[in-house]
Design a protein around this ligand. Sequence first.
Ligand SMILES: *Cc1c(COP(=O)(O)O)cnc(C)c1O
Length: 216
Amino acid sequence: MTAYENYMNVLKKIKKTTHRNIVLVPVSKYAKSSDMENLYNNNVKIFGESRVEKFIKKKDLFPQSKWHMIGSIQTRKVKDVVGNFDLIHSLDREKLALEIEKRSLDKSVISNCLVQVNISKEESKSGLEINEVEDFLLYLADFKNLQVKGLMTMAPYVENPEEVRYVFRELDKLKNKLKLKGFDYVNELSMGMSNDYLVAIEEGATIVRVGSEIFN
Ligand SMILES: *Cc1c(COP(=O)(O)O)cnc(C)c1O
C-alpha cells in the first residue's frame, strides 16, 4: 500500500464514523520523503511535524504544503516556528506564549494556537491540567497576534482505545464548559492518533493527527 492509499483508507474510516468535517493531519515526523511526495503529488498538502529542525529540512521539498506544529517547542526555537505553521497544537506555558506573541508581532503574522491539556496526567506528557486552562485563556485574552482556536490532548498509548475514550470525552467537556463561560473561540479539538482517532472523533475531535497508519 502506498502512503496515499493508506491516507484514503483513513479518510474512508473517518467518513464512516462521522458526517462532521474532520481535518486529517498526516504526521510526517518519521516519514520518508518519498512517501511525503506520494501524498503531495496526490494533492495532500498538509503535514504535521513535531521537531522544528526536521521541518526546516523538509519544507523546501514541499513548498505549497501547510504545516502543523504538534510537538513541544523550546522557547528559543519559536523564531523558526512563527510564520511557518498554520496551526501550533502545543501551546503549554506562559513563557512560550509571550515569545510567540512577540515574534508574531515582529513578523506581522497571526499565530493560530491550540492549548495543550494533559488530561491523563501522565508525567511524560506536557500540557496544562484541566483546572489551569481557564486562567491561561484569561492570561492570553489580551494577546493580539497569538490567537487561540481550541484545545489539544494526547492520550496514553493503550492496546484498546476504548480505555482512553474518557480522555477525549473530558477534553470535549472542557471545551463546552469554556464556551459556556464566554470563550466562544474555543472551537477546535485536536485529539486522536493512529491508534485511537476513531474513538476521538466519536467524542468530538475536529482535527486528528495520524502518523504510523499513513506512513508505515
Ligand atoms: C507522533 C505524533 C502523532 C502521530 O502518532 P501515530 O501514532 O504515529 O499516529 C500525533 N500527535 C503527536 C503529538 C505526535 O507526536
